[in-house]
Design a protein around this ligand. Structure first.
Ligand SMILES: C[S@@+](CC[C@H](N)C(=O)[O-])C[C@H]1O[C@@H](n2cnc3c(N)ncnc32)[C@H](O)[C@@H]1O
Length: 282
């Protein structure tokens, strides 16, 4: 097993962000989906209660930051690569906007380096995990030499559980969690490069899940189940879309959950279980 330092993690992510910095146009469809979901979640909160946090904001290619900022009461952008994030804000002409705060933090860091996260606990109306889950998985998987190692598999599922827990803890009661997850890439699902009208992307997704053709830990049905098993929330899965990033096309969807207020918890845990019939394996 390899051990990497926090400095290694930052360098890898900063290099990766530099290679995708100019993908604003390519990310157009993806940005539309993510921005629309964020605006809907913000609109569901009362005016003045629209404090918004993005986890893995990076190059800010997947969010129409100006539009979202106008709908939010304040916006916090978190990334391990805070220099990349500041570069993105300059590109959008938002570097001096007082409604915005940049948080440099490592979501996989030890409790000391995640101090900013504990300080932010319970303060957000909407938290968006912006495609960061598979980046966390890539970091964790790189610690193992053998991709079939059962310990790696366990570590990835633990990372997912911890990320969901982080999101829930950052939310206020009644707050909305939005988790964007890229499930499978064109490397193993080539039909994503030039998708046909039929089968639909929802059918492609379900077929990939049935055949086990997805990144470990990204099965949206399993994530939905994990959220519901936490006993705290409703959780819905969006229709999938294609996110073009780097040299891949990725089948992506968004999970939306809402934290309950205390008296609602028990009843909510048994409601809202909606599935398109997908398997919940991992
Ligand atoms: C695939 S990008 C998401 C796309 C990004 N929102 C954009 O529009 O460019 C994932 C982001 O997560 C960040 N990231 C990866 N690992 C992280 C970690 N351990 N803690 C915090 N951020 C991390 C990366 O720096 C990167 O900006």
């Amino acid at each position: 097993m390899r051990v990497e330092s926090a400095a290694d993690r930052l360098r890898v992510q900063a290099d990766s962000n530099r290679t995708t910095v100019d993908e604003w146009t390519r990310c157009g469809d993806h940005r539309e989906q993510v921005t629309a979901a964020v605006l809907t979640a913000l609109a569901a909160r009362p005016t003045g209660h629209r404090k918004f946090l993005v986890l893995g904001a990076g190059n800010l290619n997947d969010l129409d930051a100006r539009v979202v900022l106008d709908a939010a009461s304040s916006m916090f952008l978190l990334d391990v690569d805070d220099a990349g994030l500041r570069r993105a804000l300059t590109r959008h002409g938002l570097q001096r906007d007082e409604r915005l705060e940049v948080v440099g933090a490592d979501l996989l860091g030890d409790p000391c380096s995640t101090a900013p996260l504990s300080e932010l606990r319970g303060s957000f109306d909407v938290v968006l995990s912006a495609g960061v889950l598979t980046q966390l998985f890539a970091t964790v998987a790189a610690r193992y030499d053998d991709p079939t190692d059962l310990a790696m598999h366990t570590a990835l599922l633990r990372t997912r559980a911890e990320h969901l827990d982080q999101m829930m803890k950052l939310l206020r009661p009644g707050g909305h969690g939005l988790l964007v997850v890229d499930v499978v890439a064109s490397v193993t699902c080539p039909e994503l490069i030039y998708p046909a009208a039929s089968p639909s992307l929802a059918e492609v997704l379900d077929d990939c899940i049935r055949r086990g053709n997805f990144f470990t830990g990204t099965n949206p049905y399993a994530i939905q189940q994990a959220v519901l098993d936490s006993g705290l929330t409703d959780c819905e899965i969006s229709d999938p879309w294609i996110w073009r990033i780097g040299n891949t096309a990725r089948l992506t969807c968004l999970l939306h959950f809402q934290t309950g207020t205390a008296p609602e918890l028990v009843s909510r845990a048994t409601q809202g279980r909606r599935s398109r019939g997908g398997s919940s394996a991992e």
